[in-house]
Design a protein around this ligand. Structure first.
Ligand SMILES: Nc1ncnc2c1ncn2[C@@H]1O[C@H](COP(=O)(O)OP(=O)(O)OP(=O)(O)O)[C@@H](O)[C@H]1O
Length: 258
């Protein structure tokens, strides 16, 4: 069954003073993503990856086309979708646990249930010992783990991630990729992951969607037939390097055509 179905999605932004001047950022984007799939969106800067993710999250509206999660139209943000951005977006005056609790309270859970669920989620990302720390006392990787715990706390089945590991150092990034893969497998999530890092996309994904720019659209879809679980060994497989080169070539050829 399709977890997400998008049909002929179009998005424009007004530019200039006249109402008629607009920039078409996404042009008739159609795609479907199956339950429990891990999909990455890659493409040149400005091709519309974040806009597409933001429309799926319900934080931005679209002009035309249909979007459905589990067969239901997307009309705004909802607890069926969790979102993690590159910037940590934690509330600095709340502890790690309180940040997660805050999101849970917003979905209508009472104080006791929110506190219990928040600790369960922090354990899931290995942060139970840091529950009482404030964001300013946590490393970048830890903050991003809190953001993942928060996004998963109300049990969404579709997780939307926009460059979530972009601000992390290389080693922490690898650790976070492994953490995400294990959470994805355990929680049977469907993930849409925006990244500039093609190696990261190949390592994590079942499929990679390369987007083209001006206007943004899906250019090529690559299957990633690498076995799971993926490990450090996976990076050394010839198929890994070949696929990485193909995806990079597709992005570069698109940039040359612009
Ligand atoms: N609120 C807005 N108003 C006008 N134009 C916008 C707005 N938001 C985004 N755009 C434009 O839409 C296009 C797509 O932007 P978007 O951020 O989705 O691209 P992206 O592929 O995520 O880029 P990057 O990889 O650099 O993050 C860009 O040309 C951008 O300037």
């Amino acid at each position: 069954m399709d977890k997400l179905l998008i049909n002929n999605l179009t998005k424009t932004f007004p530019v200039g003073r006249s109402k008629r001047d607009h920039l078409t950022v996404l042009d008739k984007v159609s795609l479907s993503i199956k339950e429990n799939e891990f999909v990455s969106l890659v493409g040149a800067s400005g091709c519309g990856k974040s806009t597409l993710l933001s429309i799926i999250s319900g934080l931005q509206t679209h002009d035309d086309g249909d979007l459905k999660v589990d067969g239901n139209d997307i009309t705004g943000p909802g607890a069926d979708r969790g979102v993690v951005f590159q910037s940590y977006t934690l509330l600095p005056w709340l502890t790690a646990k309180e940040n997660v609790e805050f999101a849970l309270r917003a979905t209508g859970r009472d104080k006791t249930e929110s506190a219990e669920l928040a600790m369960t989620q922090l354990k899931l990302v290995g942060l139970e010992k840091f529950a009482d720390r404030h964001p300013g006392q946590l490393s970048g990787g830890m903050k991003q783990r809190v953001a993942i715990a928060r996004a998963l706390s109300y049990k969404p089945k579709l997780l939307l991630m926009d460059e979530p590991f972009g601000a992390l150092d290389a080693l922490t990034r690898v650790q976070m990729q492994e953490l995400l893969t294990s959470v994805w497998e355990r929680e049977k999530l469907t993930v849409i992951f925006v990244t500039h890092d093609v190696e990261e996309a190949v390592f994590l994904s079942d499929r990679i969607f390369v987007m083209a720019s001006n206007p943004g659209r899906i250019k090529t879809i690559y299957d990633v037939p690498l076995p799971r679980p993926r490990t450090a060994e996976t990076h050394r497989m010839p198929e890994f390097a070949n696929l990485q080169a193909d995806v990079l070539g597709s992005i570069r050829s698109e940039m040359r055509d612009q």
